[in-house]
Design a protein around this ligand. Structure first.
Ligand code: NAD
Length: 354
């Protein structure tokens, strides 16, 4: 039986995760694939109970699980703690321990939500893209790093470093994902200026030989930033390194106009973590208002990528689409004057379409 570790976390995390678990349990029962769900603490919830943002025991449980479903961490009550005891530290720790080197962030614009996008409908309608971002290398981890003072002048250094295997393994994730989608990878670099990303382009081009059914295109990052606004429909899978991916995935997310809709996956070899893109939203926590759809869509990603249940994942995504087409909205999606449903009701509506 597949083991899934559930880490609801803080703020709205437990509220949205509760609805996602209902969806997971229902599809596992309907489709007859048994799952074993275990819960644990992460972030502020773990700090309050154990004095650390994540315990060794929870990390071991995560390593024994096929996948982790995470809510969100953080909140003002933990903001003044030293960096190594902040709730967010748990996210970096668990990603590193599980070797999650690829971050997958789909940005899909649902037809019913077209008014939420800041761009004109004719530009964004039908946008459905996936950013695959390298997550454990590049400038965020490269050595040497730091700020030093010499002869009265301060000097800051960060290092953009990638090895061939690091590039190849994340590119493989992008090609595999594209072969299950519209079979197009756009690799983003700055190969005209940065040697590291010239290597990136060469390694991705070589690996492409193994994926001849997928088309490969290269874009410089500055051009990609423009193209995402000018003609976002051209993209299927965007593959890029850590810093470029951090920026481009937020830009792509904004096309859809709503943070409450966006799921994500962080994956490595055997393990993967699925979580909504949004944070713990302390401003609305405990009020039953939070949009659970990003977490429900994260469950769809879990089914697709970790459990290979493509059909079930599709069913969940279609259920979400139907609920939106019927006009139901949580507060974050509603236009002024529209009827609004709460977190649990939104969960009921999705369950009703499964
Ligand atoms: P946030 O994403 O929590 O909230 C931003 C805004 O979006 C808020 O107004 C919030 O009410 C709204 N929002 C977010 N998710 C929503 C949902 N599902 N439904 C309806 N509205 C939603 O970002 P923030 O306010 O910058 O951060 C709050 C806390 O979350 C901080 O402690 C931050 O460190 C943490 N955080 C955690 C993660 C994570 O766990 N992965 C990510 C980002 C921020």
């Amino acid at each position: 039986m597949e083991q899934i570790l559930i880490l609801p976390g803080d703020g709205i995390g437990p509220e949205v995760v509760e609805q996602a678990i209902r969806v997971l349990e229902k599809v596992s029962k309907l489709q007859k694939f048994p799952l074993s769900l275990e819960e644990g603490l992460i972030g502020g919830a773990s700090l309050d109970r154990h004095g650390v943002p994540i315990t060794e025991e929870t990390l071991q449980k995560a390593k024994r699980s096929r996948a982790v479903l995470l809510g969100a961490v953080g909140g003002p009550q933990w903001d003044d703690l030293p960096t190594d005891r902040r709730p967010e530290k748990a996210l970096l720790r668990i990603r590193k321990e599980l070797g999650c080197f690829a971050n997958l962030r789909p940005a899909k614009l649902y037809g019913a939500l077209i008014d939420s996008s800041p761009l004109r409908p004719e530009i964004v309608s039908g946008v459905d893209l996936l950013v695959v971002r390298e997550l454990t290398g590049g400038l965020y981890f490269g050595e040497p790093r730091g700020v030093e003072r010499r002869d009265g002048i301060e000097r800051g250094v960060n290092t953009l470093v990638y090895t061939t295997p690091e590039i190849e393994r994340v590119a493989r994730v992008a090609f595999e994902a594209a072969s299950q989608r519209r079979k197009k990878v756009t690799s983003v670099d700055k190969a005209n200026v940065l040697e590291t990303t010239a290597l990136w382009r060469r390694v991705v081009t070589d690996l492409h030989q193994e994926y001849r059914d997928v088309s490969l295109h290269h874009l410089y990052v500055d051009n990609c930033a423009m193209q995402l606004i000018q003609n976002p429909k051209q993209f299927d899978v965007i593959l890029t390194e850590n810093l470029f991916g951090d920026i481009l995935s937020d830009e792509a997310a904004m096309l859809t106009g709503s943070i409450g809709m966006l799921p994500s996956a962080s994956m490595g070899g055997e393990h993967a973590i699925y979580e909504p893109v949004h944070g713990s939203a302390p401003d609305i926590a405990g009020q039953g208002k939070a949009n659970p759809l990003a977490t429900i869509l994260s469950v769809a990603m879990l089914l697709r990528y970790s459990l290979r249940q493509e059909g079930v994942a599709d069913t969940i995504e279609k259920a979400v689409e139907k609920v939106l087409n019927e006009g139901y909205r949580t507060a974050d999606l509603a236009r002024p004057g529209a009827a609004v449903v709460g977190t649990a009701k939104m969960g009921d509506l999705v369950l009703g379409h499964l």
